[in-house]
Design a protein around this ligand. Structure first.
Ligand code: ZN
Length: 168
């Protein structure tokens, strides 16, 4: 078990689409353990495999501050959505960026556990929001893609300003 470095925007690897897991083997066990170790070293709710440079469709979440409710989702698919709402999001791959995004606050998800057993679960509130955010990572999407046009403009302007300072 080990913590792994988290890829940072604008790393192009964050834009790749992850592939379904077909082998429920020791390599997958290692990935799940590393995801949990890396998540637990942060205060975030969820973490996806591509963020630690692995393009398999795996994500972990734990909405509790005490880390008492770790959930593992292999090959997750959202099968039902309800209750759209505006939520404030941030991302371990985009430190310091916060933005309002429209998400569903209630979802039904179908996935497999680390041994390959299928399950379905209903989530609401931040657990539902985090799951959608992490599935976006599996598809190469970032929450800034979902900001309003004006917010996105402001984000890219601030990135340019940062780059100018760093090279000046
Ligand atoms: Zn993220």
């Amino acid at each position: 078990m080990a913590q792994r470095p988290i890829l940072q925007y604008p790393d192009p690897r964050l834009r790749e689409r992850s592939a379904p897991v077909t082998a429920f083997d020791a390599g997958l066990e290692q990935l799940v353990d590393d995801l949990l170790d890396t998540l637990f070293a942060t205060d975030a709710i969820g973490l996806s495999a591509p963020q630690i440079d692995d393009r398999r469709r795996v994500l972990v979440t734990d909405p509790t501050a005490e880390r008492t409710d770790p959930q593992i989702y292999v090959n997750p698919e959202i099968t039902g959505r309800a209750m759209p709402g505006i939520v404030e999001e941030s991302c371990l791959s985009l430190p310091g960026v916060v933005g309002n995004v429209i998400r569903r606050t209630r979802v039904r998800v179908r996935a497999q556990d680390r041994a390959g057993a299928p399950f379905e679960r209903e989530l609401e509130g931040m657990a539902a929001v985090s799951l959608q955010h992490e599935i976006d990572h599996l598809d190469g999407k970032l929450f800034i893609d979902r900001l309003s046009p004006i917010r996105r403009l402001l984000f890219f302007a601030s990135q340019k300003a940062k780059a100018r300072r760093a090279t000046g």
